[in-house]
Ligand binder design. Sequence first.
Ligand code: 7PJ
Length: 258
Amino acid sequence: MGILNVTPDSFSDGGKFAALDYALSHAEQMIRDGADIIDVGGESTRPGAPLVPAEEELRRVLPVLYALRECGTPVSLDTYKPALMKEAVLAGVDMINDINAFRAPGAIEAVRDSDCALCIMHMLDKPATMQDKPAYDDVVLEVTAFLRERIDTLAAAGIDRRRLWIDPGFGFGKTVEHNYALLKAGRRMVDELGVPLLAGVSRKSMIGAVTGKPVEGRLAGSIGGALAAVANGARIVRVHDVGETVDALKVWHAATGN
Ligand code: 7PJ
């Protein structure tokens, strides 16, 4: 899964057409590099990042979703806003990836009557404050229990469990130790919940914490994290550096059969 950020911050001079043009060429490059899914996001969820109103997020992502309908590669939308989910379903997206696990009022209704895949991610608290001293008694047990509750709630609403993916939410209200405990526990969570696992560690602070590298120096560490996630049961890895990760996974596959 290749990450496609559609946030116009870096295009203040070129305007919104430059942002759309850039997003589409970046998506095409990731597809050439071997991405099987493009994950489109119109709002940064970094701690302290500004919130984006739904209308603005729609303006950013909808043209991209429609343009990518022709690309032949499945498309995912990274959003927690029900209004965006509804529009994305109408645009025919293949997955809704919700860092808030469909907890917003109206989120389940927005996706229930479609057949797109749904990724439910664990997040402690909310983006603005989630990294203020995150604490758990047992992070693996608590994240697993949260995901189980969300799976059961979505299933009770009439959603086929085969549409669901789980994600422990690396960096979303977790210390470095919490993140690595969850990375190691991937297979256990898949076995307990019976739902496939998506993992996103690309360029995150958990990679920087181990390598001592700033965000622009985290390529090799992120590839190591992607391989570790797959070794621990992940079936989708959400990454920035598609070509490099695909090569690493090809060699991994040839050598291990996994
Ligand atoms: C994740 C995500 C993740 C899923 C972001 C970043 C922050 N969606 N959206 N899992 N992270 N499912 O890429 O650093 O880990 S945005």
